[in-house]
Design a protein around this ligand. Structure first.
Ligand SMILES: NCCCC(=O)O
Length: 811
């Protein structure tokens, strides 16, 4: 280990925990050897050293699963490369269920495993006890066995990764405290140029902040958002327990909030209590804080210990060797933070690991290193991308309130449509209170309160979660009927909105948009944004407002990400600006066959079929307000999206209500769009799929004489269709039986063999059954004839039901 501090390095990694060392290791593997890792204390001394070291590869998403699967493979082979053991043991894992709802979750987990080609076996309570003889099983309904689970020694793993990084050429310097960043340029060109330390400045092209709970304050100093907050995380290590041996599997009892693993003949007993104890504000995390723990809090821990005693009665007779109260970083949505931070080019972050840092470190380190070297993420990392948060998420009090809930989510039943409850309401549209008074049940996206569904009076406006049909379904069914047969208004204010203007705006958008946006002013174009691999980065509409001015409307959750993507792909020499106008305009979607009649009564402008064509947009007077009306639909009915200045929105809404327009919410949008086969970014359209697989080549300019980002890759995808080989294709489907409820994520089978997974599903009131979209894979092209031959089924919590799959939408 060197003590000299170099004056420059190509990459400086801040933080010598398991994440920082993994990033350094993987950078050197990719040939970037001029890497300097700076650690304020000694390796692993902050959080890593007190992590429990569980490695469970099977996750809720395929991308998350692949990431941890790679971690496990790496930990198993690292000793052979570095000579330093990681302590990795592939002991397997048992998860037990106390309730029927949990059993459904476990059966869904088993189906996920089949979709990802991983092993997972359903167990009876007696079989679970055979694998884990020290537990009581009388109250259990069942369990699953995950042969791929393992455990690792976090400190040894960090040392081994560090040695591998040094072998690859990286330098590691301990006892250097990074106090900030050096920065050059401004606006979209603002760039990190190095770090400031307590031993002087170090220049760098790239800085990677993997500083755990110190990352937030460091980010604040440079104006970058790293939204995390520490919470106390508790576990104890017991004295030896009879029957506990080093190869005892990991055991998780999520209904009791607890996990267990063997350690020197005793048990680690830890968990995720439903109401957590946030630690101090990110501004005040002490330094030094090395190999240090917080005070024992037996009262808080009793929530976990009482449950542990239910599962392992022998603990009542077993002494406690050590109590660990180690603070760890949690994020507002329980997913970690990865990627280049918007607003500071060259600065990357890998932090906020929500107590799964050890399991994630191998995969996350590789993903971040690839991102740095390639200049963009190489797989679907949307769910962990730091750009899913905005500067308003940096508020420490907001984070503190949210984190109290987030820690407990680890083992909570992952209900379909589950909404977080803390730190809300947050961002409210002008009609929020009016909608609340009309029975709206709100969800939250990008901080916005959005009506999911309206409870008719006198029903209680609340969601009651279930795996089957939830209590609000009849309310949404009524909204669906209103939209298909009459007219409804949807508050879609949370849409991301940007204005691109200036002489170079067309050239800029023609490069970034895969469709052709060189259209007459007043026309609207539906387009993907593709990366160099020809897969999705965004899915949006572009309205040409004037020769040099465009209005972009995109998903609610992607405001920061889209803006960053656009800025990052501005061609050299282009003179144009982009403004985020999301908070300036509300959006009211007026949808349904009566929409024309209702709106026509409020305006002197002609709204007839010929006078106001589909995919056109213009300003008009509506009542006393001036709005931009766009004839567009995501529900498949005649309708207009009204872009309304925030301060005029209540007036417009009141006019619509006076015309007896029904209120409807996002659950209804989901059902209606799936009946029509409309895709959504983040579900069907992700950086793992392109327009060929999604069936959306028609929404690109591939057959026109126009260059665009991702064009050559997209052309290659289409060409590959003609060659023999396996294929994936998005298909629509309808469930044959109207009783079961689907939510997305379900396994699709053909004659009992896994062939794909549902991306989205919902109740389709018009179709009279659940409808959805699913990616299917086959050794050759997925054709209409193959689908028509039938034999497809979905797995719904362990039971299989027939579906009719088609390339065309059901409605
Ligand atoms: N740090 C504890 C991880 C718990 C789990 O993997 O379930």
């Amino acid at each position: 280990m060197t003590t000299d501090l170099p004056a420059r390095a190509r990459v400086v990694v801040v933080g010598g925990g398991v994440i920082g060392t993994s990033v350094a290791y993987h950078l050197t593997k990719l040939g970037w050897t001029d890497v300097l890792l700076l650690e304020q204390g000694t390796l692993s001394c902050g959080t890593t050293w007190h992590a429990a070291g569980l490695v469970g590869p099977l996750r809720a998403s395929e991308s998350g699963t692949r990431l941890v699967q790679y971690s496990a493979e790496l930990y198993a082979r690292l000793e052979a490369e570095t000579g330093l053991a990681t302590g990795y043991r592939n002991v397997g894992g048992v998860i037990v269920a106390r309730t029927e709802d949990r059993m459904v979750q476990l059966r869904r987990t088993a189906a996920n495993a089949a979709a990802y080609d991983m092993e997972c076996e359903l167990l009876t309570p007696a079989q679970a006890r055979d694998l884990w003889p020290v537990m009581a099983v009388d109250d259990l309904l069942g369990a699953i066995w995950l042969p791929g689970d393992g455990k690792v020694n976090p400190t040894d793993l960090t040392q081994s990764l560090a040695k591998g990084a040094r072998q690859g050429g990286a330098r590691i310097v301990e006892r250097v405290r990074v106090t900030g960043y050096t920065v050059a340029g401004s606006g979209a060109g603002r760039r990190v140029t190095g770090v400031r330390t307590d031993r002087g400045d170090v220049e760098a092209e790239v800085v990677v902040t993997c500083a755990g709970q110190w990352s937030k304050a460091l980010g604040d100093r440079a104006g970058v958002t790293v939204p995390l907050h520490s919470a106390e995380h508790f576990y104890v290590v017991t004295e030896a327990v009879d029957g506990v041996h080093p190869d005892l599997p990991i055991m998780r009892d999520p209904d009791g909030f607890t996990y267990f693993k063997e350690e020197v003949g005793g048990l680690v007993v830890g968990g995720f209590e439903p109401e957590a104890k946030p630690w101090r504000s990110p501004d005040t995390i002490p330094h030094p804080f090395e190999f240090q723990l917080l005070e024992e809090d037996w009262e808080h821990f009793s929530v976990l210990m009482d449950e542990a005693l239910v599962r392992i009665p022998a603990l009542a007779e077993t002494g406690i060797r050590k109590f660990y109260n180690g603070p760890e970083s949690f994020t507002p949505d329980n997913q970690f933070l990865l990627g280049e931070t918007p607003g500071l080019r060259g600065h990357f972050v890998g932090a906020g690991f929500n107590s799964v840092g050890i399991a994630s470190a191998g995969g996350a380190g590789r993903a971040l290193a690839e991102w740095i070297v390639e200049g963009e993420a190489t797989t679907d990392l949307v769910g962990v991308d730091v750009r899913r948060f905005a500067p308003f998420n940096a508020n420490n009090r907001w984070l503190r309130d949210r984190v109290a809930e987030v820690l407990g989510l680890h083992y909570a039943v992952p209900w379909p449509n589950r909404e977080l409850e803390t730190a809300r309401p947050f961002r409210c549209s002008p009609v929020h209170d009016r909608l609340a008074a009309r029975g709206a049940v709100f969800g939250s996206r990008m901080g916005w309160e959005r009506p999911n569904v309206f409870a008719p009076s006198p029903a209680e406006p609340r969601l009651h979660y279930a795996w089957g049909k939830q209590s609000w379904l009849p309310w949404s069914a009524a909204e669906q009927r209103a939209t298909r047969q009459d007219v409804a208004v949807f508050d879609q204010t949370s849409f991301s909105k940007y204005v691109v203007s200036g002489p170079g705006s067309l050239a800029w958008l023609q490069w970034v948009c895969a469709n052709d946006v060189d259209v007459e002013p007043g026309r609207v174009v539906y387009t993907p944004w593709l990366n160099a691999r020809g897969t999705y980065e965004a899915d949006l509409t572009v309205t040409r407002v004037a020769a040099d001015e465009f209005l972009l409307v995109s998903s609610s959750a992607t405001t920061v990400r889209d803006l960053d993507w656009l800025e990052r792909h501005r061609p050299d020499g282009v003179t144009a600006t982009v403004r985020d106008v999301t908070s300036a305009h509300a959006v009211l979607g007026v949808m349904g066959p009566r929409s024309r009649e209702v709106l026509q009564a409020l305006t002197d402008s002609a709204l007839g079929e010929e006078a106001f064509l589909f995919a056109t947009s213009r300003e008009l007077f509506l009542g006393h307000a001036t709005v931009r009306a766009t004839r567009m639909t995501y529900v498949g009915e005649l309708g207009w999206e009204l872009l309304v200045p925030m301060e005029l929105t209540t007036g417009v809404y009141d006019l619509l209500r006076a015309a007896d327009v029904a209120d409807a919410g996002y659950y209804t949008i989901e059902s209606l769009r799936l009946e029509k086969g409309y895709r959504a970014f983040g579900r069907e359209l992700t950086p793992d799929f392109g327009p060929v697989e999604a069936g959306l080549v028609f929404a690109t300019a591939l057959d026109r004489d126009k260059d665009f980002l991702g064009r050559s890759a997209l052309a290659a995808h289409r060409e590959a269709l003609r060659a023999p080989g396996p294929r994936r294709r998005l298909v629509s489907f309808v469930l044959e039986d109207p009783e079961p409820m689907l939510w997305g994520g379900e396994l699709v089978l053909l004659d009992g063999r896994p062939v794909g997974q549902v991306t989205s599903a919902a109740w389709g009131e018009t179709v009279g059954a659940c409808v959805g979209l699913a990616y299917l894979r086959r050794d050759e092209a997925v054709t209409a004839d193959w689908l028509a031959a039938g034999g497809f089924q979905v797995d719904v919590g362990g039971d299989q039901f027939g579906i009719r799959a088609t390339l065309r939408a059901p409605l």
